[in-house]
Design a protein around this ligand. Structure first.
Ligand code: PEP
Ligand code: MN
Length: 447
């Protein structure tokens, strides 16, 4: 770690995508409050995640990173958190059982409250207002008052992250994620579908395997790994005042960690080499992700690797490619070759969502399930040719029965999008589409 780095070093760089806070005093007060509050995660946990990601970088494990595009202050409930965890556990067990590789599980959760925007303002019926930037900043309602950035929201985001993380810890360590519960993760509306039935079969096989091990004399009750799960949190490190306030010096190593989440990532719009976001994340000890779009050159990516992981620590850096199904075949191979030649030990993961977003004739922002699968297919093909490991997927999903992405086994059509279009930002796969995707990725991994 750079010895001159401090949590405020980013302030001497240009920070893209920051809100125009109307009241600097109120912002300072909120940031000061945050800096006195307990860290949300412990540095040792971030190091455990980094060890897991080092296994992914070495081609011995797979990363499943998934959750909301943007978490909401309004749609906040125990059931929502539980159902999101259920679908992620289901996907992980499908990948792990079918493909035989350990799965590192990371949620876009407990802190994913801030959004970069392609334009600073939004116009509706000739009224121009500041864009919605996520519940950590302002509200989505299209009124002047709702769109004013409010620093008290930083503290609300912290509090909601703390209670979300508390419930996740309870579920994953308190019995809910026990392998004996595989059937219980299949929600009713999923269980009645073809992919849900396929999952039931797999769950029955796992139960048989557990009974078999017990009959051989293996004390499965006394094997903690069968009863708890390591589940990590992540979000885009966008609002730098918030991240700075939660950055603390680890008492064990003396290193700085951003204790707002286990893993933080740089977005496609905030990964400038001389920018504040990179200057900030370069100095924290957490594992870091960086989105890489189709326009990134091999030189750009090597420069990102050098800046974010100069010591070439395996598991430190995850490159999240988000190129679009149409572009990945051309855009990804040169990057894989360049990083391979550089010797940088990165985790490569595929975000098949953000390069495939379009506005349907109905006016809804959506993605087609086929495009999502096609981009993942291109990702696996490119890695096969390069001899590199297709290390994971990064998915926007929900445990709910929403109609936000087109296609899938249900064949959701443009006319269906209005039925249950609930996202506050980008369209998410519903639980059935997500489970279906996990089976397809498992097949690619086996192949
Ligand atoms: C996102 O992950 O929600 C996002 C905005 O992605 P990107 O930075 O890749 O556009
Ligand atoms: Mn998104």
């Amino acid at each position: 770690m750079n010895p001159t780095w401090t949590p405020t070093s980013w302030r001497s760089h240009t920070a893209a995508q920051q809100p125009d806070w109307p009241d600097e005093g109120a912002l300072d007060l909120a940031v000061k409050t945050l800096s006195t509050l307990p860290p949300l995660v412990f540095a040792g946990e971030a190091r455990s995640l980094q060890s897991g990601l080092a296994e992914v970088a070495a081609g011995r494990a797979f990363l499943l990173q998934a959750g909301d595009c943007a978490e909401s202050f309004d749609a906040f409930s125990a059931d929502g958190i539980r159902d999101k965890l259920k679908i992620i556990l289901q996907m992980a067990v499908v990948l792990q059982y079918s493909a035989g590789v350990p799965v590192v599980k990371v949620g876009r959760i407990a802190g994913q409250f801030a959004k970069p925007r392609s334009a600073p303002t939004e116009t509706l019926d000739q009224v121009e207002l500041p864009s919605f930037r996520g519940h950590m900043v302002n509200d989505i309602t299209f009124t002047e008052a709702a769109r004013v950035p409010d620093p008290d929201r930083l503290v609300t985001a912290y509090n909601q992250s703390a209670s979300t993380l508390n419930l996740l810890r309870a579920f994953t360590k308190g019995g809910f994620a026990d392998l004996n519960q595989v059937h219980a993760w299949n929600q009713e509306f999923v269980a009645t579908s073809a992919e849900g039935r396929r999952y039931e079969q797999l769950a029955a096989e796992i139960e048989r395997a557990l009974r078999f091990m017990a009959s051989c004399g293996v004390d499965t009750e006394a094997t903690p790994l069968l009863h708890t799960v390591d589940f990590y949190t992540s979000h885009e490190a966008l609002i730098l005042g918030y991240e700075e306030a939660l950055t603390r010096r680890d008492s064990l190593t003396g290193d700085w960690y951003d204790c707002s989440a286990h893993m933080l990532w740089l977005g496609e719009r905030t990964r400038q080499l001389d920018g504040a976001h990179l200057a900030f994340l370069a100095g924290v000890g957490n594992p870091i992700g960086c989105k890489v779009g189709a326009s990134a050159t091999a030189d750009d990516v090597i420069a990102l690797c050098d800046a974010l992981n100069p010591d070439r620590i395996p598991g430190r850096l995850t490159l999240i490619t988000r190129m679009g199904a149409e572009k990945i075949d051309v855009a990804l191979p040169p990057l894989l070759e360049a990083v391979k030649a550089s010797g940088h030990p990165v985790v490569w993961t595929c975000d098949p969502m953000h390069g495939n977003t379009f506005t349907a004739p109905s006016g809804r922002k959506t993605r087609h399930f086929d495009a999502v699968l096609n981009e993942i297919g291109g990702f696996f093909r490119a890695h096969e040719v390069a001899g590199t490991w297709p290390g994971g997927v990064h998915i926007e999903l929900t445990g709910d029965d929403v109609t936000e992405c087109l296609g899938g086994a249900d064949e959701i059509l443009d006319a269906d999008l209005d039925t249950r279009y609930e996202t506050m930002c980008d369209p998410r796969l519903n639980a059935r589409q997500s489970l279906d995707l996990a089976f397809r990725v498992a097949e690619l991994l086996r192949g």
